[in-house]
Each structure stands twice: as structure tokens, then as C-alpha cells.
Design a protein. Structure first.
Length: 97
């Protein structure tokens, strides 16, 4: 008797959509976070401000998105805070000659 590798779908253990839906949803939430980070680092002022509000000040949606993306929201926010550009110092910084 030949032993081969049988997928869960072939063995009838689960339907494809039971696995594919959570994977697709996870990818969606990872993409939401990635877009927020891209907007935060981008050149469009309005998008940058919206992303900053979401990443640093939002108390509900940020943590929901992080959880669904499989990311620790508190840890991410802490790490991003270390990278955050101080707005006041950017405005008052002298231009290099």
C-alpha cells in the first residue's frame, strides 16, 4: 500500500472556504495596517494626518485591526512612537545651509 500526502480538503476534513476565508481576512487586516504605515510616511498631508490619528490616538479601531492582523497593537504603537517625527521640532528646525 502506497502512502501519499493527502490534503485536508481531499480527505474531507475541511472545506476550502473554512481555511481560505480566515487567511484572506488576515491578509486584509495586514494590508490595512500596511496602508496606514505607508500613508503615515507619505507625502500627502491629509493622508499622513489621518494615519497618524489612527496609529497613535485611536482607542478602538487600531487595536481591532491589529488583533485581526495578528499584531500586538500596544507593542506596535510603542515601536512607532520611537520613530514618530516630532511635529514641533520639524517646524522650528533650521534649514541646512
Amino acid at each position: 500500500m502506497e502512502m501519499g500526502i493527502v490534503s485536508g480538503r481531499e480527505a474531507g476534513i475541511f472545506r476550502g472556504d473554512e481555511i481560505e476565508a480566515p487567511v484572506a481576512e488576515h491578509k486584509l487586516w495586514v494590508a490595512v495596517l500596511a496602508q496606514a504605515l505607508e500613508d503615515w510616511e507619505g507625502d500627502r498631508l491629509h493622508a499622513r494626518r489621518d494615519a497618524e490619528q489612527f496609529l497613535f490616538h485611536d482607542k478602538n479601531d487600531f487595536f481591532t485591526v491589529c488583533t485581526r492582523a495578528g499584531v500586538d497593537g500596544s507593542s506596535l504603537r510603542s515601536r512607532l512612537s520611537r520613530l514618530q517625527r516630532p511635529a514641533a521640532s520639524m517646524r522650528s528646525a533650521p534649514l541646512a545651509a
